[in-house]
Design a protein around this ligand. Structure first.
Ligand code: PLP
Length: 421
C-alpha cells in the first residue's frame, strides 16, 4: 500500500490516541478487576441531561423518522436545526443571524477539521499554518493538520499564583510574530486547562485575525450558552473574522455527533460545501432532537440546573481532595480553571516526568493523561524550560469514589518518584 504524504500523516496514530487505546484495552478486560480511570474525555453521566436527550431522541424518532431518518438532507444542516439555532441565538444574544450564518456538522471536531483543510496548507499566499494561540490546548487539533510542520503552538506565559496555583496567559507578542497564519484555533473554556478567554483576550485575537485576514475559530465545546461548564464566561460575540463552534457532545450527547458553527456567510458557505463534499451532512435525528430542546427551553434549564452545578461541585471537590492528599512540601500546582471538564496539574521538579507518572500509575491500575500531548512540540519548547513534560490531566467527569481514590494514588506515586530521584 502506498500512502500519500497527507495520507501518511492521517493514517498515523497520535501519541494520545495510542494511550487512549491502551486505556480502553486495559479497562475492557473484565477479568482484570477494577481500574481507576481519571483520563476520561466523555462528559459525566448526569441523570437530568441523559433524560433530556432520551426523551428528545425518542420523540424525534416517533414523530420525525420518515422526514429525518429516511431521506438525505441539506449539507448546511436540517432546516429544523438551522432555524432553531438562528432563533435561539437571536433571542439569547440579540443577534440578527439568518440561515446563511449557520452550518451544522457531525460534531465540532469535523467542523474544525473542515476549517483547517479550507484555510490552511499550501495556497496562493504560500504555506499557511494552523496556529494555536496558546498551548497547551485540545490534543485533537494536532490530527487536523494534514501536512508535516503545518501546525504551530505559541508558548504561554506562566503566572504562579499562591502556593499551589498557576495560570497561563496568552503571549500576544509571540503570537504576533507568527508570519504564516492560515487560521487560529483555540478552545475556550480550554481542554485541558479550563482557562476561559476574557473579553480583552478575545478582542486582541479577533483584531489580529482581521489584520491578517484569516479566520479565528473559537471552539466552545465547554462554553456558553451550553453546556456552560464554566464559572466565569465570556459570552460569544460576532465578528467578521470569527467562526464560533458549538457542540451537543459535552451537554451529554457525544455519541450521536452533532455540532454547529456560526459566523460570516463567506466562511460558513465554504464549510457547508465542505460538508457536502465530505460527509454529505450530519445525522438528522440528533439534529431534530437538538432543535427540540433548544426551542422549548429544556437545554437552558438542564444546563442551568444540572450540568453547570455538577462540574462546579466536582471542581470544588477536586481542589479539596488535592489539597488534602498531595504532599504539602512539593511544588505541585493546579491551573486556575474557571471552566472545562478537567484539572490540569503541574509538578515543578526536575525529577518529574509525565510519561513516567503514567507508567507507574498504570502499574497500580490508575490512568491519567500525560501532559505533553497537549503541546504541539513538547520537547522543543525552549521557552518552557521542561514545563511541557511536567504536567498531567485528570478528568472531572469520573465518579466521585474513583476520583478520590485516584488522587490518593497519584499523590502516593509522586512521593515514590521523589524518593527514587
Ligand atoms: N473540542 C474540544 C475542546 C474537545 O475537548 C472535544 C472533545 O473532547 C471536541 C472538540 C470534540 O467535540 P465533538 O464531539 O463535538 O466533535
Amino acid at each position: 500500500m502506498e500512502l500519500s504524504l497527507s495520507g501518511t500523516k492521517m493514517a498515523g496514530v497520535s501519541g494520545l490516541r495510542s494511550i487512549m487505546d491502551d486505556v480502553a484495552a486495559s479497562t475492557a478486560d473484565a477479568s482484570a478487576g477494577e481500574w481507576l480511570n481519571l483520563s476520561v474525555g466523555n462528559p459525566a453521566t448526569i441523570p437530568d441531561a441523559a433524560e433530556m436527550w432520551r426523551t428528545a431522541l425518542t420523540d424525534s424518532l416517533a414523530e420525525e423518522f420518515e422526514r429525518a431518518g429516511c431521506r438525505y438532507g441539506p449539507s448546511r444542516g436540517s432546516q429544523v436545526l438551522v432555524g432553531a439555532v438562528v432563533e435561539y441565538f437571536n433571542r439569547t444574544y440579540g443577534w440578527q443571524l439568518g440561515p446563511e450564518n449557520v452550518v451544522v456538522g457531525p460534531g465540532s471536531q469535523m467542523l474544525c477539521f473542515a476549517a483547517a483543510a479550507l484555510f490552511t496548507g499550501p495556497g496562493v499566499r504560500g504555506d499557511r499554518k494552523i496556529v494555536l494561540p496558546m498551548v497547551p490546548d485540545y490534543t485533537g487539533y494536532q490530527g487536523m493538520c494534514m501536512h508535516d510542520g503545518g501546525i504551530v503552538g505559541v508558548e504561554p506565559l506562566i503566572e504562579r499564583q499562591g502556593e499551589h496555583g498557576f495560570r497561563y496567559a496568552l503571549d500576544l507578542d509571540g503570537l504576533g510574530r507568527q508570519s504564516d497564519i492560515g487560521m487560529m484555533l483555540l478552545s475556550s473554556p480550554a481542554n485541558p486547562t479550563g482557562r476561559a478567554l476574557d473579553r480583552a483576550d478575545l478582542d486582541a485575537l479577533t483584531a489580529l485575525a482581521a489584520e491578517r485576514d484569516v479566520p479565528l475559530l473559537l471552539d466552545q465545546a465547554y462554553g456558553s450558552p451550553f453546556p456552560r461548564i464554566a464559572e466565569v464566561h465570556t459570552e460569544p460575540v460576532l465578528h467578521d473574522n470569527l467562526i464560533n463552534c458549538f457542540s451537543a457532545s459535552k451537554a451529554g450527547l457525544p455519541g450521536e455527533r452533532v455540532g454547529f458553527a456560526i459566523g460570516p456567510p463567506n466562511y460558513i458557505d465554504a464549510l457547508a460545501s465542505f460538508m457536502s463534499n465530505s460527509v454529505l451532512h450530519a445525522p438528522q435525528l440528533p439534529q431534530a432532537a437538538l432543535a427540540r430542546i433548544m426551542r422549548d427551553g429544556r437545554l437552558d434549564r438542564v444546563t442551568r440546573e444540572a450540568i453547570t452545578p455538577h462540574y462546579r461541585e466536582k471542581r470544588r471537590l477536586a481542589a479539596d481532595l488535592l489539597a488534602e492528599a498531595m504532599p504539602a512540601d512539593m511544588d505541585w500546582r493546579m491551573h486556575s480553571g474557571v471552566g472545562g471538564m478537567f484539572c490540569w496539574l503541574w509538578v515543578d521538579h526536575p525529577w518529574f516526568d509525565d510519561l513516567e507518572l503514567y507508567r507507574r500509575l498504570k502499574e497500580r491500575r490508575v490512568f491519567v493523561v500525560p501532559g505533553r500531548h497537549f503541546f504541539v512540540d513538547p520537547l522543543a519548547s525552549p521557552g518552557l524550560d521542561g514545563h511541557s513534560t511536567r504536567c498531567f490531566r485528570i478528568s472531572l467527569s469520573t465518579e466521585e469514589k474513583v476520583f478520590s481514590e485516584g488522587i490518593r494514588q497519584v499523590a502516593d506515586v509522586l512521593r515514590e518518584m521523589r524518593a527514587s530521584a
